[in-house]
Design a protein around this ligand. Structure first.
Ligand code: ATP
Length: 522
């Protein structure tokens, strides 16, 4: 199965099993907007809790807020979004499709990188154990030529973006002979800028305008509350403010399911530090955030950092955490050193002093900021795509069967326990209900008596339930149940009285948080 096929299957699976539906589906949907179903919302809530608790519970100096989506329009002038939050767009005149010019060039660069990887793979095959990759890359003429070509394109793109030279971007697309993936032609329009903020109207906001924006990021709600939180929480630098909330962007290239949406959710944390200490904290947060990802157990090789060449208008250092999605390595989280740009500008635009008096140095200053910013939906896609698995199972009678299983880390799974009476008679449903009454107060549990036990196991594999607890006739005799493990399909007998405590160790998030607190200590 190709990665593309896998991705299509995943999208269909998400719909079939109550994870994610296209928005407004009965009206044929709305582009790049999605709804979460009964299982999707539980997964998303668990991801949010994992993030929130890793920030707010594990760090005494991080607190949370929940600011409004609507904010004063001047905020978006101060933040630079009115002037600079835009994408360079180009249209193909034949297909009438619109693209981000930088994305077209990045895909072209990824194509060259793919060719380099192929040459390396060929070398590996040819030289076997004696293969020295560094030496091979430094001497192989094909690789040298490709690297030179790639770097030339990268440099031209960086220069064009840094100097905001849209003609240079267009020329690069022409020189690279990039064709529209739909029409296959190179009949391009000029490159234009397009602001990504949605706007709407609200009564009268200020004297001259009633235009307001739907926030394109949650971060500004944190910055404008900096003094409120610092003063009321008696926070001492360094400290952080965390927030989870909706953000809106009028994305042009809105493809890849919930990877790029027009309405999405962000989990952002702004960490306020003493000027000059930002690089230490930038490195700390890179490490801490990578540890958070890796603890999920999807494999360290699936993650990498991408350090930015082109920095956003507010940053003096920035890196993305990238994950190997079914469509390749892509950003899931950004870690940015935002300097004093935001607080400094809000001070300027609002006319209010936004400074911190540092009792250790007896100085007043505008703090510097390290931001960690991750999309809840993108993280949900990461978990789903890394968990989806198809497996051939050999049954006891020797026949084979296919199963689809979502190997979601138990602490994130929507349903932790399925309680299943083997048959719908002989007092088994009543006993199963008794067990439900205990477990449902511990973790999200589901009672299920419909269909054969085999079908019920498959259903719970498909939604990722880590443990099925089956009540059979033996239960009535010795008060034990069968616990079936989703990943191995192994079964063991457990005393009902020990059930809650035995399973708790396997699904409770607190054990992961404990482990995380050890790795992210500095
Ligand atoms: P991209 O380069 O993919 O457009 P970005 O660099 O603009 O992303 P940021 O502004 O740094 O993204 O936003 C932080 C995080 O918010 C991203 O890492 C991503 O997880 C999430 N995010 C951003 N835009 C979207 C979107 N349109 N849909 C879903 N998640 C998003």
């Amino acid at each position: 199965m190709t990665q593309e096929e896998l991705f299509k299957k995943l999208i269909a699976h998400c719909k079939e099993y109550g994870y994610i539906f296209p928005s407004s589906e009965i009206y044929d949907g709305l582009g790049a907007v999605y709804d979460y179903g009964q299982n999707g919302v539980e997964l998303k809530n668990n991801i949010k809790r994992y993030w929130w608790e890793s920030m707010v519970k594990l760090h005494e100096n991080i607190v949370g807020i929940d600011s409004a989506i609507f904010m004063h329009p001047k905020i978006w002038e101060a933040s630079g979004h009115v002037d600079a939050f835009n994408d360079p767009l180009i249209d193909n005149k034949d297909s009438k499709k619109r693209y981000r010019a930088d994305v077209l060039i990045e895909e072209y660069i990824a194509g060259i990188r793919g060719k380099i990887d192929k040459e390396i793979a060929k070398g590996k095959k040819k030289f076997g154990d004696a293969f020295d990759e560094t030496q091979f890359c430094a001497t192989n003429p094909n690789i040298l030529r490709l690297v030179e070509k790639m770097e030339a394109v990268q440099n031209r793109m960086r220069e064009a973006l840094n100097s905001d030279d849209l003609d240079a971007l267009k020329n690069l697309i022409i020189d690279c002979e990039i064709a529209c993936p739909v029409s296959g032609t190179r009949n391009w329009t000029e490159v234009r800028r397009f602001n990504l903020m949605f706007s709407t109207q609200m009564g009268s906001v200020s004297n001259d305008t009633n235009l307001i924006y739907l926030r394109p990021e949650t971060a500004q709600g944190i910055f404008v509350n900096f003094l409120n939180v610092q003063k009321t929480g008696r926070m001492k630098i360094p400290f952080g403010i965390a927030q989870i909330g909706k953000a809106f962007r009028n994305e042009i290239v809105a493809r890849q399911f919930i990877f790029r949406m027009r309405e999405f959710e962000q989990m952002e944390m702004q960490f306020f530090v003493r000027p000059g200490e930002e690089m230490k904290w930038y490195e700390y947060w890179k490490k801490a955030r990578m540890a958070w990802h890796r603890l999920l157990g999807f494999g360290n090789e699936k993650y990498r950092f991408h350090d930015h060449d082109k920095l956003a208008h507010y940053a003096n250092a920035a890196a993305d955490v990238e994950f190997n999605f079914p469509f390749g390595f892509k950003e899931v989280e950004g870690i940015h050193s935002r300097t004093d740009f935001d607080l400094g500008n809000h001070q300027k635009f609002s006319g209010k002093k936004i400074q911190y008096f540092d009792p250790d140095t007896n100085e007043n200053y505008v703090p510097y900021v390290i931001e960690t910013s991750i999309g809840v939906d993108r993280m949900t896609l990461l978990v789903l795509s890394a968990s989806y698995d198809e497996e051939t199972v050999v049954k006891e009678n020797g026949e084979t069967d296919e199963r689809v299983v979502l190997r979601i880390p138990p602490m994130l799974a929507p349903v932790k326990f399925a309680v299943l009476p083997l048959v719908k008679k002989d007092g088994l449903p009543e006993k199963a209900r008794e067990i439900m009454e205990i477990l449902k107060f511990e973790h999200n549990s589901q009672y299920d008596e419909k269909d054969t036990i085999g079908k019920r196991y498959r259903r719970h594999d498909a939604i990722g339930t880590p443990f099925c607890i089956t009540v059979d006739r033996q239960t009535l005799d010795d008060d034990t149940v069968t616990v079936r493990h989703r990943d191995t399909m192994e079964q063991e007998r457990v005393q009902v009285s020990a059930l809650a405590s035995t399973l708790d160790k396997l699904v409770n998030m607190k054990y992961s948080l404990l482990e995380l607190s050890r790795v992210s200590e500095i």
